[in-house]
Design a protein around this ligand. Structure first.
Ligand code: PMT
Length: 407
């Protein structure tokens, strides 16, 4: 299952470091190649020799080797690894990771990591529930770090509560699940639209909307994380995809987005329309800045933009799946189901501006998804990354049915 996988195992200074010996053993037994990186404090709990013997590689504890003076490249480690697992992750290391304090090899490696990062926190119950730790954990989750929740039980302090590092077998299961998910959309070509469109009025003004692009970019990222080949067509935004393997096409107006989407769609197995596309654009774009005149009113004639989702819905073949979003302020369900039908979508994702945690610019979203058969999948408010994951879990069923996912 883990054959050929390169894993960097980071070990920090907590008593749970003894469990990392078992974790390393399990990883190696399952075929992974493991490079251990320890903080200086971790070496006080378990000797590096134990880990180097089990991994078959010298353990990295310092920026450079004390004997040879050889520099350990955290950048090369980041390129080599398929996954970086930090177990145990102490409150101190979690705090340093959240704040970019790179005063040891482990946190420096974290800051250079190209691969995903998973942490298994371990600490006393009061440290775990301290607002500072929880703030740092939230911050790491937002940065995309996967957190394996600690267990509740007897702690090294003699107290009992939440804070014990998850058992090595549980961490191994999470690692295997991570790699399994990464392969689930292998071979799938996905097209995602994201962000707002800007409809020009003159050289300095446009009609636009509040979309930040976050939701669409999270969907593109998640599809890529699961192995899909992703093209992301986005209006003007400041967010970036997490991987440069995502083919990002930047556009400004709805018409430009439409043209690019038409070009990419024939190749796609899946298209997700998360963009907030302007339905209308000014009929004429003034070459010069429109001047303030004496009249009290200024009339601008708007003309309809093409509907990307609806047009691609017409062109789609039985192999292709399309997913639309509905951003509503009222009659939410009715409007969403109308769009599902009229745009010939396979799935519609409703987010309502009535929900304080949903919609534009926010870090969170709250969605309900319907398919053509009228099955409903409601979700709680979550981070947009988690929402993206839920959406893709649900629509993967269609990809399996359409034969796009083999096996
Ligand atoms: O970008 P964020 O700040 O993270 O916010 C995310 C979001 C709220 C923009 C996103 O979750 C969302 O709801 N996107 C769709 C917004 C929208 O335009 O909805 P709509 O109900 O007007 O359009 C319905 C569907 O048709 C959408 O999939 C839309 O992309 C598509 N459409 C609409 C008009 C058009 N001309 N072409 C289209 O493809």
């Amino acid at each position: 299952m883990l054959n050929g996988k390169h894993i960097v195992l980071g070990i920090t200074g907590g008593i749970a470091a003894y469990k990392s010996v078992v974790l390393l053993r399990l990883l190696v037994k399952n075929g992974a190649e493991v490079q251990v990186v320890m903080t200086p404090n971790a070496c006080e709990f378990v000797r590096p020799l134990t880990f180097s013997t089990l991994s078959g590689k010298p353990v990295i504890t310092q920026f450079f080797s004390a004997n040879s003076g050889e520099w350990h490249s955290h950048v090369d480690l980041g390129i080599w690894a398929d996954l970086f697992v930090i177990a145990p992750a102490t409150a101190s290391t979690i705090g340093k990771m959240a704040n970019g304090i790179a005063d040891n090899m482990l946190v420096t490696t974290y800051l250079s990591a190209k691969e995903d990062v998973m942490i298994a926190p371990a600490m006393d119950l009061d440290m775990w529930r301290h607002p500072s730790t929880q703030r740092n954990i939230d911050c790491l989750k937002k940065d995309g770090v996967i957190v394996i929740q600690p267990d509740a039980g007897e702690l090294a302090s003699g107290l009992s509560g939440k804070g014990r590092m998850a058992e090595p077998e549980i961490i191994l299961r999470e690692i295997k699940e991570y790699f399994r998910r990464k392969e689930t959309l292998k071979g799938i070509k996905a097209l995602v639209t994201a962000g707002p469109t800007y409809e020009k009025l003159d050289p300095v003004r446009f009609i636009g909307n509040y979309s930040s692009g976050k939701m669409g970019f999270e969907i593109a990222d998640e599809l890529h994380r699961r192995g899909a080949e992703v093209t992301l067509i986005s209006g003007p935004v400041s967010v970036k995809p997490y991987s440069d393997e995502i083919n990002l096409i930047g556009v400004e107006s709805a018409r430009e987005m439409y043209r690019e989407a038409l070009k990419c769609f024939p190749d796609a197995d899946l298209a997700v329309f998360a963009a907030a596309v302007a339905d209308y654009a000014p009929e004429k774009i003034s070459e010069l800045k429109i001047k303030r005149e004496n009249e009290e009113e200024l009339e601008i004639k708007l003309v309809r933009n093409p509907d990307i989702a609806a047009e691609l819905g017409k062109r789609k073949t039985s192999r292709q799946i399309t997913v639309g979003f509905a951003l509503e302020t009222h009659n939410e369900k009715e409007n969403a189901l109308k769009k599902l039908k009229s745009k010939n979508l396979d799935w519609i994702v409703l987010n309502s501006l009535q929900d304080p945690e949903a919609g534009f610019m926010k870090e969170t979203n709250k969605v309900t998804i319907w398919n053509k058969e009228n099955s409903k999948f409601p979700f709680e408010a979550k981070s947009k990354r988690e929402v993206a994951s839920d959406i893709i879990d649900v629509i993967s069923q269609s990809l399996e049915k359409s034969g796009s996912i083999v096996g």
